[in-house]
Design a protein around this ligand. Structure first.
Ligand code: SF4
Length: 501
């Protein structure tokens, strides 16, 4: 009875880290739980792979009924080839104890060609190595592949009324770079197999390999002794630099031996906050930011979906399509805020309705504060092209955008509880801790995924409740933005009554 010790994906894990391979094979219970966002990425990959099968219609699927029955797929593939089937999906092969499934196997006039589908927009070195192990196993098992190709999405494709599969995907031969990798594989396969026979996991220390090429799924286990706030969290630090300090025992940002002369000005502000445990304020810059704000202030929180496969005419793969906003409007300093929100109907392209409602909510004057100004700018610019009749209003809106994160990114205001992370979530948690638990919970649910599921008909659950949760989450975020501005204003002018009393 044939068996296998490695698969394509475990081999790739072994290339990243010996310990990762060992733990995955022998102590899988130590893996970090999969987040909703990661699961959405896996699901997206599957959906793109399935769609790419339409490039070669009429194929037979050789996948086993269960992931643990891969050997059955090897047998099915062998039979399908013998029977003369020219197109096989999930064709699976075994050679030297390595099993590898290929997305699409096609026999054309030139012979057999292998296709592996990637949901990204371009080919990278990891994909080529991944294809090399597939090619090695398939050829080794006796099928003379004439070409090995990667199929990926064409990011420039703009969908018309219908999806044109042949324009959506691009296929590229990777045979030439694969040939350079092939001679290295037998030794590496033997090395990984020997490693798996060991009674104990290898003592691989943590390092740069933990996130390269992918974040490892055992970081929760291996990094548990790294302090919750460590030198790896110094904002903008090169990971190799943080690793060098960590290995020398300089593990936290407040460590007295941390060499300040190797840090830039913003990083030094972060260290000063960690050592003094007090907020660091660059008074002139922060004052200028606050005084330049133009009322009425609009605190805008918005969310987008970015489907890999364009769902609507005029959209590209991974284009950001806004579907939700929450806006708090404050007429003057200290006045009570009005709230507006919008959640699109998940039955159609959400953009036009989103835009029309937003234009009503933002009016014609005052700053519009956003957490991600680049994304917002990009979305509004895209919308200008899609809805040229609204281009002048959109242009005015773009001119009114203000970056809420600027004071934090520039370290004009740095709070020690931000722990080096310059993200909306870290700023909210540090400055408006009264919302921290709510914000923490909202991190666990990926709202765009829910909306996308509803749009594509895969959502299961109570949609009305989901809508309430989605809107409430956005409302808390836009309100937290308002609170942040109040907090930094209070720090500058402690006597100002931000509650308007
Ligand atoms: S966390 Fe790092 S050391 Fe641990 S298994 Fe993963 S890559 Fe290896």
């Amino acid at each position: 009875m044939p068996s296998y010790q490695l698969s394509k994906s475990t081999f790739m894990q072994g290339l990243q880290c010996d310990k990762r391979l060992y733990l995955y094979k022998h102590q899988r219970g130590l893996m970090d739980p999969i987040s909703t966002e990661q699961q959405a990425v896996f699901d997206r990959g599957k959906a793109v792979g399935k769609l790419a099968q339409q490039l070669f219609p009429g194929g037979i699927d050789a996948s086993p009924p269960h992931h643990f029955q891969m050997l059955e797929a090897v047998e099915t593939t062998r039979r399908l080839i013998e029977m003369g089937h020219p197109i096989i999906y999930e064709a699976t092969f075994l050679f030297e104890g390595v099993i590898a499934a290929l997305d699409i196997l096609v026999r054309n006039q030139a012979g057999w060609w292998g296709y592996e589908v990637k949901s990204s927009g371009k080919v990278n070195g990891t994909y080529i190595t991944d294809a090399a192990i597939q090619y090695y196993v398939i050829r080794g098992s006796g099928l003379m592949l004439q070409d090995m190709r990667l199929i990926h999405l064409n990011r420039d494709y703009v969908r018309g009324k219908d999806l044109e599969i042949r324009r959506l995907f691009v296929s590229q031969s990777v045979l030439e770079p694969i040939e350079k990798i092939l001679p290295l594989l037998p030794e590496e396969i033997a090395r990984q197999k020997a490693l798996l026979l060991s009674a104990e996991p290898p003592e691989t220390p943590i390092g740069l390999h933990c996130t390269d090429p992918y974040p490892c799924s055992f970081m929760g286990h291996c990094w548990k002794s790294v302090p919750a706030y460590s030198v790896f969290d110094i904002s903008g630090i090169q990971r190799y630099q943080a690793l060098k300090w960590y290995q020398k025992g300089i593990q936290t940002p407040d460590h007295p031996e941390l060499p300040l002369d190797q840090l830039n000005d913003k990083q030094q502000i972060q260290i000063a906050a960690a050592r003094s445990q007090t907020p660091q304020i660059q008074q002139p810059e922060l004052t200028a930011f606050v005084e330049n704000m133009e009322f009425p202030l609009h605190f805008l929180e918005f969310r987008c979906i970015n489907p890999a496969i364009p769902l609507f005419p005029g959209t590209r793969p991974y284009q950001n399509l806004p579907f939700l906003f929450s806006l708090h409007l404050q007429e003057k300093p200290g006045s009570a805020a009005q709230h507006f929100d919008f959640l699109a109907d998940p039955a159609a392209d959400p953009r036009q309705q989103w835009l029309e409602q937003l234009l009503l909510a933002v009016g014609t004057s005052g700053d519009i504060l956003v957490q991600d100004i680049r994304l917002c700018h990009k979305i509004l610019t895209d919308l200008q092209q899609t809805f040229p009749s609204l281009a002048p209003e959109l242009n005015q809106m773009i001119l009114r955008l203000k970056d809420l994160m600027m004071p934090f990114r520039e370290a004009w205001y740095y709070h020690p509880a931000m722990c080096g992370k310059i993200t909306p979530h870290s700023v909210f948690s540090a400055l408006v801790p009264e919302y921290a638990s709510y914000l923490e919970n909202s991190q666990k649910v990926h709202l765009p995924t829910l909306f996308l599921q509803k749009l594509s008909g895969t959502f299961t659950g109570d949609w009305e409740k989901a809508c309430r949760d989605i809107k409430q989450d956005a409302e808390v975020h836009s309100f937290a933005m308002l609170k942040i501005i109040e907090k930094i204003t209070l720090n500058l002018y402690p006597s100002v009554d931000v509650n308007g009393q």
